[in-house]
Every structure is written in C-alpha cells, then in structure tokens.
Design a binder for this molecule. Structure first.
Ligand SMILES: Nc1nc2c(ncn2[C@@H]2O[C@H](COP(=O)(O)OP(=O)(O)OP(=O)(O)O)[C@@H](O)[C@H]2O)c(=O)[nH]1
Ligand SMILES: [Mg+2]
Length: 141
C-alpha cells in the first residue's frame, strides 16, 4: 500500500479522514504534531497555514509516495497557492472532504484543487463513508 501525507488547513477533515480510512471510530482529536503511521501521515493544519511551520511539510513529503491536498467542501477560501503541485516531486492528489455538509460547495473546492494542479480528485464524506473506497483502491494500486 502506498503512503499518503495529508495536508490542509485546520478543520479540513484530515484526522477524521485518517480515522475513517483506518476503519476506526470517528472522534474529534486536534492534531498537535505530525502523526506518522505506516500508510497515512496526518499533519496539523497549522503546518499548512503558518509559513514558518510549513517547511516541515516539505520534509515529511519525502516520506510519502503521494501528497494529498485536503479541502473541506464548505471552506470559505483556499489556502493552497495556484500551481503549487509543480513544486513537488511526488504525485499530488486533491481530496474534498465533508461532501455531506449542508453548506458544501463541491464545485468551488474542485476548482481550487484543479487550480493547484491536481489531476486526480477524490470526493469523500468521512461521516457517511462515501468515497473512502476510492482512496483505499488508489493507495492499493
Ligand atoms: N459532516 C462532516 N464533518 C466532518 C467530516 N470530516 C470532518 N468533519 C468534522 O470537521 C471537524 C474537523 O475535523 P478534523 O478531522 O479534526 O480536521 P483536521 O483537518 O484534522 O484539523 P487539524 O487537526 O486542526 O488540522 C470535526 O468536527 C469533524 O467531525 C465529514 O466528512 N463530514
Ligand atoms: Mg487533525
């Protein structure tokens, strides 16, 4: 199974997605440091949001096969700069979480991730389980 590192702003749904992909019971747990496991590297949202912390993401990205840019479908703005995927020497996929949310705007999140340079996108709800198998299948390829 390939290893994926998840990055995205605070409350993007990275940890919940990690729990859902691992088949664990969903429970809120604020990520305080990089959680490095065999198949998923979960990172704190602050590492994506704060410039002085973001270097850690560059370092940890070398530990992964795939970079996952995570955006919740109801986010009000995008933290990732346009074309940012071209700075990475790994495959970069986009993951839209929280597609079950009543105020989800999947099309906008999709536009932002395409603008980043993501060619492969996943649409998931960690709550309903929709789309989780697509990610698992992809990691198993
Ligand atoms: N409705 C819905 N809520 C979700 C989903 N995924 C996450 N959430 C909720 O969004 C909130 C934040 O989720 P987290 O997984 O902790 O977000 P995170 O990206 O790990 O945040 P940091 O650890 O702060 O970087 C929690 O209250 C989750 O229950 C989803 O697919 N659907
Ligand atoms: Mg987290």
């Amino acid at each position: 199974m390939k290893k994926i590192i998840l990055m995205g702003r605070v409350a993007a749904g990275k940890t919940t997605l990690t729990q859902a992909l691992k088949g664990e019971q969903l429970h809120y747990c604020k990520t305080q440091y990089v959680n490095y496991t065999d198949t998923i590297i979960d990172t704190p949202g602050e590492y994506t949001e704060v410039h002085t912390l973001s270097a850690a993401l560059a370092v940890y990205s070398y530990e992964a096969d795939i970079i996952g840019l995570v955006i919740s479908a109801n986010e009000p703005f995008c933290v990732f700069p346009p074309h940012c995927t071209y700075h990475v020497n790994r495959e970069v996929v986009g993951i839209i979480t929280g597609i079950d949310k009543p105020d989800a705007n999947v099309e906008l999140a999709e536009l932002w991730l395409r603008n980043c340079g993501c060619k492969k996108l996943f649409y998931v709800s960690s709550y309903t389980g929709e789309g989780l198998n697509d990610i698992i299948d992809y990691l198993n390829q």
